[in-house]
Write a protein that binds this ligand. Sequence first.
Ligand code: SF4
Length: 308
Amino acid sequence: MDLVKEIQRLKKEKNAVILAHYYQVPEIQDIADYVGDSLGLSQKAAETDADIIVFAGVHFMAETAKILNPSKTVVLPDLNAGCSLADSCPPEDFAAFTKKHPDHVVITYVNCSAEIKALSDIVCTSSNALKIVQSIPKETPIIFAPDRNLGQYIINETGRDMLLWDGSCIVHEAFSIDKLIELHKKYPEHKIIAHPESETHILDTATYIGSTSGMINFVREHANEKFIVATEAGILHKMQEEMPDTELIPAPAKEDNTCACSECHFMKMNTMQKLYDCLLNESPQIDVDEKIRERALLPIERMLELSK
Ligand code: SF4
């Protein structure tokens, strides 16, 4: 069976849209209607008139699409595609934490469950995190969750004193500073660009720090330069497609692996076969409890409003 043709046929027949994250495998990025970062994907999910949203990403992303589109069918190719960062913030523990600090505004990074979003005042992504934190009056104390590395980056950039939840992403904490320094010694002309979920010692080496979209834009604007890219290696597909002559090297992971890079195994659980199956069977579907959905919608809408 020609999976590409069959997916395209089903998509048309069922009025479906495929939204894919930059960390998906290249074949899925190529067949998607839209490829983007968390902010772009949320914006697309909010404005789609498709009946079915196939979310080629991880669970919290599909959940965000469902929160924004309760009447639409949202499917995720593999229900096990979770996220270590979202898992690092259990709702009961976080509720107890926020209760201890009732005067704090709660800002949560979109990489968290619907339950955590429902406990938040405003959601952010790595594209708009600085802007969202800066929109809060200076005298108002802030809780930032779940990513401590992104939180620390925001503190360093804005000077705001925030209470950080101690969560992290296994992929962005997998970069080896020693191997990165060695690699940079070998390729001194390559500039290091990094995602703010990376640890501070990695960010300290970077010429540019930004979201996945921000990193793509930076490479586009400096296409005649060379780069070492410190984020999930799937982003290289989009960069190389647009800038085929730009030299890119993925930043090395601590563990030795086949791609010599850092890959998110949750993102890579989605395959073309699973994408086809979920579109055909309209399963597995994402459902969110209505009370939680209503509470989680507000902080997402605040973010989308501030990101216009
Ligand atoms: S790269 Fe990290 S934050 Fe993104 S989905 Fe994978 S584990 Fe979660």
